[in-house]
Design a protein around this ligand. Structure first.
Ligand code: TXA
Ligand code: MG
Length: 345
């Protein structure tokens, strides 16, 4: 399926005529790819079944994998979901607008066609100025999964978006680079104890400190072989290259990687500057220093895409400590490596 995609720039979005045009387009079922502070999303009018099914088609996404509904303001939530506990208000106050998604019991206004048949709905109020302008100007709930075609990591730059979606959606809003580069933290608020279903830049410690209570992280837990966030069960982006995670003490990692480089100079190595700068030649991807995890998070998905562009056959990625944002980064790395880990200690 191919169509003419209209590319809009941030300045175009300020024009009330364009805002009206986008609203009408969404109401009639069009899709709009837009930037958020985490990654780009493919947006459609959340309460329109036709838009939902176009999203699943454009993205090649299984129907049982639910979508996140994006809203401009907290007071819109009660139209779509029940707020069962005060902790929802506390988290909303602390982290919205921002990179957090809350799972709530859905109301009948939300069709199960966007919740993968579940009785709950994922809600997020993003902070990116373009996402906010789109949500405020159209005054519509916008369902949007991360913008990536199957087998690719979530798009964090407009180049990624154009690669994956030019000709497949009605509009792409060019917002440059996403700021964070990893998808939002998903928290299930339907039971008494909040449960993290997908780690992100809002970390477990931040959530616990805000709520003054312990929360669970079940992002790696399987219940009857099924993760609680349906999306986590699908094989995630894995580069065409065989990717292995390398862990251990720096000196051991360095020795191991040097041996691999000697064996086969065509391998690629990804990792924090702290290790990469210790290596001499080879195809090296410096993701950023360990004391700047934001930078590593931001560079990760672009580096994965480059592996495929360079047609790398074998690659190694250095593990980073699962502390703070490190947990979300390692969650994405382990998925990309299909859990292949080499312990050099
Ligand atoms: O940062 C983000 O969250 C980006 C931007 C565009 O907002 N969106 C995003 O959407 O990452 P997506 O569809 O790629 O990931 C949504 C995740 C999936 O793992 C999905 O299974 C889970 O949230 N999810 C959605 N609704 C759910 C529900 N009702 N119960 C449990 N998990 C749910
Ligand atoms: Mg996704």
């Amino acid at each position: 399926m191919s169509m003419k995609t209209k590319i809009l720039n941030p300045i175009d979005l300020q024009d009330p005529n364009n805002q009206m045009m986008l609203k009408q387009a969404l109401i009639s079922g069009s899709l709009v790819v837009f930037p958020t502070e985490t990654v780009y999303g493919i947006g459609g009018y959340a309460t329109l079944d036709k838009a939902a099914s176009s999203i699943y088609t454009a993205k090649g996404r299984p129907k049982d994998n639910p979508l996140i509904v994006h809203l401009a303001h907290f007071d819109q939530i009660e139209k779509y979901a029940y707020i069962d506990q005060p902790a929802v208000y506390t988290l909303a106050k602390a982290f919205w607008p921002g990179p957090m998604t809350l799972i709530l019991r859905k109301k009948d206004t939300i069709s199960t066609s966007i919740t993968g048949g579940l009785s709950t709905v994922a809600i997020r109020i993003p902070s990116h100025p373009i996402a906010r302008t789109l949500l405020e100007a159209t005054d519509l709930p916008i369902a949007a999964p991360s913008a990536n075609s199957p087998g690719k990591p979530s798009a964090t730059t407009v180049e990624h978006v154009l690669n994956d979606f030019d000709g497949k959606v009605d509009f792409i809003i060019n917002g440059g680079d996403a700021t964070i580069g990893l998808e939002s933290t998903v928290i299930d608020m339907t039971s008494e104890i909040p449960i993290i279903l997908r780690p992100g830049s809002i970390t477990q410690v931040m959530i616990e400190q805000t709520l003054q209570q312990l929360v669970l992280d079940q992002s790696e837990t399987l219940i009857n072989d099924i993760p609680k966030a349906p999306g986590m069960k699908y094989r995630h982006y894995a580069p065409a290259a065989m990717l292995h995670v390398v862990k251990g003490q720096s000196t051991n990692i360095k020795a191991y990687l040097q041996k691999q480089l000697k064996r086969d100079p065509s391998i690629a190595i990804l990792g924090p500057s702290d290790i990469i700068t210790l290596l001499s030649d080879g195809i090296l991807f410096d993701l950023g220093p360990l004391d700047d995890l934001n930078k590593i998070a931001f560079n990760l998905f672009s580096a994965f895409r480059q592996l495929d562009q360079l047609e790398i056959k074998e690659a190694y990625i250095v593990a980073i400590p699962k502390i703070g944002l490190g947990k979300a980064i390692m969650n994405r790395i382990m998925k990309a490596a299909n859990h292949s880990v080499i312990d050099t200690d």
